[in-house]
Design a protein around this ligand. Structure first.
Ligand SMILES: [Zn+2]
Ligand SMILES: [Zn+2]
Length: 84
């Protein structure tokens, strides 16, 4: 009987481990701030460390782009305005 209990326990432990492995820690896409070089997330508008703007609007297609990108990744234009 104890043997059966041990098998059940081992099975339960395996199940728990499986469930833990099913949920890997969510990865955030990070980059470094062009001004202070601290870690920032790519969807942030402003660096929380030094208040450097990280994104601007493309003047041609109005898509937001990273300030560190010289050319718009959507249309290839080099013209951009600072988001206010
Ligand atoms: Zn910064
Ligand atoms: Zn564009």
């Amino acid at each position: 009987m104890i043997f059966l209990l041990l098998i059940t326990l081992a099975f339960l432990l395996l199940r728990i481990q499986d469930e833990l492995n099913d949920h890997p820690v969510a990865q955030t896409v990070t980059a470094s701030c062009p001004s202070c070089e601290k870690e920032i997330e790519l969807d942030w508008m402003v660096c929380p460390h030094c208040l450097q703007r990280l994104r601007e609007n493309c003047l041609v297609c109005q898509q937001r782009k990273l300030i560190s990108h010289r050319f718009c990744p959507s249309c290839g234009s080099g013209a951009a305005e600072v988001v206010t």
